[in-house]
Ligand binder design. Structure first.
Ligand SMILES: C[S@@+](CC[C@H](N)C(=O)[O-])C[C@H]1O[C@@H](n2cnc3c(N)ncnc32)[C@H](O)[C@@H]1O
Length: 850
């Protein structure tokens, strides 16, 4: 990946420009300014994909690029081409086109900027360049007057070694030179790393099957680098190697992998960092996760030629790699504190998923605490204190999910509590049984939470003088003698006296907070509840009540809050939370009154902190002729009635003037996607590999392939309590049976994003907030904007004369949520519709809807 000159450079240059030139640029507006940056292609201005662009160029391009290959590239590359099958040749020529077009834009923009700075007159048209294969290739997409001879020469120079296999040492040396420049810029305190322009090209990615079944790693046959075939997927094979350089990050991670035979190959790893972080923020994270020395397995690798001309493997789906990072996972107090600190740093940067990984790495090393909790749950089980037993058992499973004894105990306890369906589901999840799916009723899950969370949180009593190990031994002895209550008391004392207990409770509280921020609400509940089994802390109660309220469990949240009492420092926050939960409960019981929603929409501000996913009982998802699924009314709906309230299930906002200008181009379609959409796709891809609930929601959304998705209840599209997550356990794959786990490919998620997300430019959001325009008259998002997914809202089909209206709510410039209201009376049985965009032509181009 090549790094591009920053937009900030241009802005800085503009400040030092002659006034008349500056005025000329201002008058030209942002579109032209972007063109001067070399972005001459059309921009995908909103939410869903554009279908046909540059068809003429598509027809002529292969022949012209075959000429480019023969005229400018090394004979080795031509020989490689000759060896390929027709469809692989086509891909090679497309890869060449990506290099030519992207490098040309890069060099042109560099020259344009230099000239802008040096003399205004250079903006005028220049002499025509001589005809050549390269010029003919670029004329397919660029006006003749924009072809700078210097830029053409620079592109030509980059083609000499394009597509050739490079000797190992040269490859490493070239990489390290690039890395040093990259890191110097990144780590130089003088350079403004907030302002980088980052480009990626997604024209040639691995063709992926649309299956969402987990990959069977054990069945893959190992292979070496020499067995890779250009533009082919090594089906049924796994490449194993070691990373031999530090990672270099722009949009994806570029690094080098060496196999057992000492051969080296470049890797382009996308969507692999926790939370789908990209850009400069990702460098430190990548250095941690993809450090030199890490062992990597790549399933069914795909070999291509990158934009920089190097051969290499591109990986887009997190499920395609397995990584073993060297480093500690110790359980000393210092280790735990280190994990907490590094997690906290990431949390401060807003990298919640990455922070969670650090916290969990620490927590998963806490065997002794897990055993004590498990022993105590066994003691409670014997005395049939099921609720206590359940909480301890779940807490121990968070620390040690694979422990067979811990798992068996959890199943027994659910039975003891009186919930055989839940127990059976847990049994299936833990035994990876392929027997049919079982989803217990949501009422069962709610009931277990009500029972278990009623158990008072343990408050630290007086500590015993004895050390934890001998107290545990005493507990074991009491247990063997059948004195189960006594055993439980000894285990409690052993936990209180354990040197790591406080740190584990701290880590769990941090998990609860980060999980809430990352939208992993079941995880937040589980972690907060577990921390309270080790130590009473008002903050843990707060996190627990907060996550429950966001899940829509308002009464349960109130019950938890009522158990707290007061604690200095948190009382104000608790009082506020209690008030907010009560207010939200009022809104829900009144079905979000239309006056309240309308008043909030006028101000663009949602009253209070909470927005809880909610859908009116008046609407239902059904199959609709020729539209897939849609939403229908079950009764007459009054004008203004609120129908859906939803928080985004993933949302990204960007501002190119204060941050990165990140774009992704698809040379096939000629589209440039903006930063917020590129980042959201990456975020959802990474998150869905950790979060089974999100994976399930995404797998049930349309992805543009024409495959019919099942009719589901609205409930399954809401971020609310879901019965598929076992009580007080996590929404991560390890707590779901292998047959139920979903592994969604990047291509699938990209399709879902194209069809379903809502996006807006910064400019249009501000106008909307100032009451100046409609929210769905989008502007250019390249300079800044937001993209978010609202799964329930995206069930509603489009109409040019819609009967519903979308009301967006913002928190500063971040989308906070969406309301759908009736914009006129809707009769029973009518389909609900929204106008995706105001312009019918744009709707036709993007969704093919006329
Ligand atoms: C955001 S989704 C709406 C829900 C979708 N029908 C489903 O089953 O998931 C957008 C997609 O729905 C379909 N669609 C929406 N409005 C339509 C209309 N008026 N006519 C035909 N298809 C429509 C198109 O396939 C479009 O890509």
């Amino acid at each position: 990946m090549m790094e591009m000159p920053g937009m900030s450079d241009l802005l800085d240059q503009m400040r030092s420009m002659p006034p008349e030139l500056l005025e000329q640029l201002r008058q030209e507006g942002p579109e032209q300014m972007l063109q001067r940056l070399g972005m001459t292609q059309p921009v995908s201005d909103s939410t869903m994909g554009v279908r046909d662009v540059r068809k003429a160029a598509e027809v002529e391009a292969p022949a012209i690029y075959a000429e480019v290959l023969a005229s400018y590239c090394h004979p080795d590359a031509v020989r490689e081409y000759d060896k390929l099958r027709a469809e692989e040749r086509e891909k090679l020529l497309k890869a060449l086109r990506v290099t030519v077009e992207e490098n040309f834009q890069h060099f042109s923009s560099q020259m344009m900027q230099e000239q802008l700075l040096n003399k205004a007159s250079s903006l005028k048209a220049r002499n025509a360049v001589k005809d050549s294969p390269l010029v003919r290739a670029l004329r397919l997409v660029t006006a003749s007057e924009l072809l700078h001879p210097e830029a053409l020469e620079a592109v030509e120079a980059t083609l000499h070694n394009w597509g050739r296999k490079m000797p190992r040492d040269l490859h490493v040396m070239q990489f390290m030179m690039g890395y040093q420049n990259h890191v110097l810029k990144f780590k130089d305190p003088g350079s403004n790393k907030e302002m980088w322009t980052l480009r990626t090209n997604s024209t040639i990615i691995k063709p992926e099957a649309s299956t969402s079944q987990p990959r069977k790693w054990a069945q893959l046959q190992p292979m070496g680098i020499s067995a890779l075939r250009l533009f082919g997927v090594a089906t049924g094979r796994v490449l194993v190697g070691k990373l031999i350089v530090p990672p270099m990050v722009t949009v994806g991670i570029t690094t080098l992998l060496q196999d057992d035979l000492g051969e080296v190959i470049q890797l382009g790893l996308y969507n692999q960092l926790q939370g789908g972080v990209t850009g400069h923020q990702a460098q430190e994270l990548a250095e941690k996760q993809f450090c030199k020395g890490a062992k990597l397995q790549i399933a069914e690798p795909f070999l291509k030629i990158f934009k920089d001309g190097n051969q290499g493997i591109r990986v887009d789906s997190p499920h395609d790699i397995r990584l073993e990072t060297p480093g500690k996972a110790g359980d000393t107090i210092q280790d735990l504190q280190d994990f907490r600190q590094s997690g906290n740093e990431l949390y401060k940067n807003g990298q919640f998923e990455a922070a969670l990984l650090e916290y969990w790495r620490g927590l998963r090393a806490c065997d002794e605490i897990a055993v004590l909790l498990s022993n105590r749950s066994q003691a409670h089980l014997k005395t049939e204190c099921w609720a206590e037993a359940c909480r301890d058992s779940a807490a121990s499973l968070l620390l040690r999910p694979q422990g067979a004894k811990h798992r068996a105990r959890y199943v027994l306890i659910l039975q003891g509590l009186g919930f055989p369906d839940l127990a059976q589901r847990a049994q299936k999840a833990f035994s990876d049984s392929s027997m049919g799916r079982l989803e217990p009723s949501i009422q069962d899950t709610q009931a277990v939470l009500r029972l278990t969370l009623k158990v008072p949180h343990l408050r630290t009593g007086g500590r015993s003088e004895e050390d934890s190990a001998s107290l545990k031994e005493k507990g074991n002895m009491a247990f063997r003698e059948g004195k189960f209550s006594e055993a439980a008391t000894f285990y409690t004392q052993a936990l209180e006296g354990h040197p790591a207990a406080e740190e584990v409770a701290n880590l769990l509280r941090n998990v609860a907070l980060s999980s809430t921020r990352a939208g992993l609400l079941h995880d937040a509940v589980a972690a907060a509840a577990a921390s309270l089994r080790l130590q009473f802390h008002a903050k843990a109660v707060y996190h627990l009540a907060h996550a429950l309220a966001l899940l829509g469990e308002l009464e349960l949240s109130e019950e938890v809050l009522s158990q707290t009492g007061t604690q200095t420092g948190t009382q104000a926050a608790m009082t506020q939370l209690t008030g907010e939960v009560a207010t939200t409960k009022g809104y829900v019981s009144l079905k979000y009154p239309s006056e309240m929603v309308a008043a909030a929409a006028t101000m663009c501000r949602w009253p209070g902190k909470f927005m809880v996913d909610w859908v009116s009982e008046a609407i239902v998802i059904e199959r609709v002729a020729r539209k897939g699924r849609g939403v229908r009314s079950l009764r007459d709906i009054a004008f203004g009635e609120t129908l859906i309230i939803q928080r985004p299930r993933g949302s990204v906002s960007t501002d190119a003037t204060t941050g990165e200008l990140l774009t992704s181009t698809d040379t096939n379609s000629g589209l440039i996607e903006d930063a917020s959409k590129v980042k959201l796709t990456s975020q959802l891809t990474s998150m869905a590999s950790k979060d089974q609930l999100l994976a399930k929601v995404l797998s049930n959304l349309e992805d543009g392939t024409g495959v019919e998705r099942p009719v589901m209840s609205f409930h399954s599209f809401l971020d609310s309590l879901q019965a598929s997550v076992l009580p007080l356990l996590l929404q991560q794959a390890e707590f779901f049976s292998a047959t139920e786990r979903l592994e969604l490919s990047y291509a699938r998620i990209q399709g879902v994003v194209n069809v379903n997300v809502h996006g807006d430019s910064k400019e249009s959001m501000r106008n909307w907030q100032a009451g100046k325009s409609q929210a769905n008259s989008r502007g250019n998002k390249l300079l800044g904007g937001s993209t978010a997914l609202y799964p329930a809202v995206s069930m509603i089909n489009h109409s040019n004369e819609p009967n519903c209206v979308l009301l967006p709510f913002f928190n500063e410039d971040e989308p906070k949520g969406m309301a759908v209201s009736a914009r006129r009376h809707i009769s029973r049985g009518e389909e609900l519709t929204l106008a995706y965009l105001d312009d019918p032509e744009a709707v036709k181009a993007k969704w093919g809807i006329s």
